[in-house]
Each structure stands twice: as structure tokens, then as C-alpha cells.
Design a protein around this ligand. Structure first.
Ligand code: NAD
Length: 306
């Protein structure tokens, strides 16, 4: 039995479900229309052999409650909602789909960058409301882009930035010098990246080290005309500090696909016109959905085939 809590599993492509059912697995789907809560997962995890999970909290409690569970598959990339240590203690394998959605997230990142630079969503509303106010934006061509985290998504963003002849600065705990040479970007310190970039884009995973990487102090290093783009995780940013900086004009704008609380409730950032927002749709393309689902389904089939 496979418990599927990831809401978009096999939603836009039938293939993932077909792979599992074809191999004789029975699927139990999340009927709630929202991610499950810890207590709900604790209830439903019993008797389940495999779990395909979205952003639902797979905590130590959930893992302790599992009696048959052998494998947890993240329908996506970021595994920060899964207690990896607890899973390891119980000998439960955890997989993700690292190659499935980086192209989609990189596309969205660049879309958000352009949208924020030219205030496209704001201009759209004005035009549709019959106004003809010319919104003044900023050019992207030859500007400096700071990429924090040069993994799959960060590098794909760098490749897109090359088309705009941007100067690319990068920061990563584990620099990829080959990629830097091939794509043409320079690794610098976090401080230098923040102080010299016109656009700063986040592509690191959420860990204890990266939580609130963007805070009052690091925002102070940024140029007042800079724009922050976050398509990684909301908690990388101290949202209160970002709100104050934007409100006080210490930062020009932000484009966000991820929030500390999702869906956001009472998030002050949503009230600012210089903030462009999307509802965590980085991986929501037909292509990525197909790949994420197939990767999860195939991991389960392969695992139980030994
Ligand atoms: P990746 O693992 O390929 O790359 C992450 C990079 O971050 C690596 O190069 C790593 O060395 C670096 N890194 C890790 N810890 C660091 C630290 N403390 N300081 C500096 N660098 C550090 O991951 P990816 O596929 O590029 O994805 C990046 C993140 O994007 C994911 O962890 C996930 O949270 C997020 N994501 C969001 C969406 C979305 O829908 N918006 C979709 C997929 C992934």
C-alpha cells in the first residue's frame, strides 16, 4: 500500500499512477485537498508500506507511528519537512526527485525577476482597470545578479541570466568551479555578493545554517535599489526584516514564491505593491509534475523489487 499525501501526484499526467498500479501497488490518496497535519499523518501511516509526500510534516512522531513503512518519497526536492534522522534510525529510506523540477523553478525565477524589475503584475492590474499610468521599472540587461546557492536551480538561473548578459556573482558553501568557468560567473563572499548585486536570488536548501540568511543585517548590506527573489524556502528570509526594509525604502522590491507560513496568513509582505507573489508554483508545470511523479513511483517500484 502506498499512501499519497502529495496533492499534485499524477494530477497532470497519468503515468506516475499507472507505474505504481501496474506494479500491483494500491494507492490511498489524500482526499483533504490540503497537506495533512501531523496528527492526521500519525493516524493514516499505519499499515502503509510507502509514502509519497508533498509538504506535509513527516515528523519523528509520524515516523514512530509507522509500523510497516519502508520508504518515503518526496514529490519534489526540498526534504526539510521530513525528519531525516528519525527516518534513518528506523531504517526508512528517503528519496526525492532532484532532477525533476529545476528547469521549471529556474524559469519561474527569471519570470519573477523580470516581473519585479518592470512591476508587470502591478501594470497588469492598472491596465485592466482602465488606467493608463506608466509604471517605471528597471532594466535587467548587464545588471549584476547574485545567486546564493549554485546547485541545480542556481546554475539553471545563471544560464538564463547569460542571455541578458548579466554579471553573475555567486555564493555557495561548496563552490562548483567547473560550472563557474563553463557558464561564466564568479564566486565571492556572501557580503560582497549582497553589496554589489542589483538582483539577489536564493537557491539554497533550508537548514539550521540557512534559516534567516536574509535578515536585518544582511539586508543592510544590499543596495537600496536591489530586488530580492526567493523561489527556495520562506524561512530563508526574516520576513519581518524584509517587510520593514521594503516599507522604509532600504530595498526596492521582492519577488516571492515561498513563505514562512504556507498559505500565508497575515503576512504583511502581501500588502506591498513592490512585492510580486506567487503561491509556491515553482514546480507547477505539466513537465515537472510528470517527472516528479514518475521519479517517486519508479523509486518505490525499484525499492520493493530489491
Ligand atoms: P541543490 O541541492 O541542487 O543545490 C543547493 C545548493 O545549495 C548546493 O550547491 C549546496 O552546496 C548549497 N548550499 C547548501 N547549504 C548551503 C549553505 N549553508 N550555504 C551556502 N550554500 C549552501 O538544490 P536545488 O535543486 O537547486 O534546489 C534548491 C532549493 O530550492 C531546494 O532546497 C528547495 O528548497 C527549493 N525548491 C523550491 C521549489 C519551488 O517550488 N519553489 C521547487 C524545488 C526546489
Amino acid at each position: 500500500t502506498v499512501l499519497v499525501t502529495a496533492l499534485s501526484f499524477s494530477r497532470y499526467s497519468r503515468e506516475p499512477q499507472r507505474i505504481l498500479e501496474g506494479a500491483g501497488f494500491q494507492l490511498i490518496r489524500n482526499q483533504e485537498g490540503r497537506p495533512l497535519k501531523e496528527a492526521e499523518l500519525v493516524d493514516r501511516i499505519k499499515g502503509v508500506d510507502a509514502l509519497i509526500v508533498g509538504v506535509d510534516p513527516v515528523t519523528e512522531k509520524v515516523i514512530e507511528a509507522a509500523d510497516k513503512l519502508r520508504i518515503i518519497c518526496k514529490h519534489g526536492v526540498g526534504v526539510d519537512n521530513i525528519d531525516l534522522k528519525a527516518a534513518a534510525r528506523r531504517g526508512i529510506m528517503v528519496t526525492n526527485a532532484p532532477d525533476s523540477n529545476y528547469i521549471s523553478v529556474a524559469d519561474l525565477t527569471f519570470g519573477l525577476l523580470l516581473a519585479a524589475a518592470r512591476q508587470i503584475p502591478h501594470a497588469d492590474i492598472i491596465t485592466k482597470n482602465g488606467k493608463w499610468d506608466r509604471v517605471v521599472g528597471r532594466e535587467v540587461w548587464k545588471k549584476t545578479l547574485g545567486i546564493i546557492g549554485t546547485g541545480r536551480i542556481g546554475l539553471a538561473v545563471a544560464r538564463r541570466a547569460q542571455g541578458f548578459e548579466m554579471k553573475i556573482l555567486a555564493y555557495d558553501k561548496f563552490p562548483n568551479n567547473r560550472a563557474a568557468q563553463e557558464i561564466g560567473f564568479t564566486y565571492v563572499s556572501l557580503e560582497k555578493l549582497l553589496s554589489e548585486s542589483d538582483f539577489v536570488s536564493l537557491h539554497v536548501p533550508l537548514t539550521e545554517e540557512t534559516r534567516h540568511l536574509i535578515n536585518e543585517k544582511t539586508i543592510d548590506l544590499m543596495k537600496p535599489e536591489a530586488i530580492l527573489i526567493n523561489t527556495a524556502r520562506g524561512e530563508l528570509v526574516d520576513e519581518k526584516a524584509l517587510y520593514l526594509a521594503l516599507k522604509e525604502g532600504r530595498l526596492a522590491g521582492a519577488a516571492l514564491d515561498a513563505y514562512a507560513e504556507e498559505p500565508p496568513s497575515n503576512n504583511m509582505l502581501l500588502s506591498l505593491s513592490q512585492v510580486v507573489t506567487t503561491p509556491h508554483i515553482g514546480a507547477y508545470t505539466y513537465e515537472a509534475n510528470h517527472r516528479m511523479g514518475c521519479t517517486a513511483a519508479e523509486s518505490i517500484v525499484k525499492f520493493f523489487a530489491g
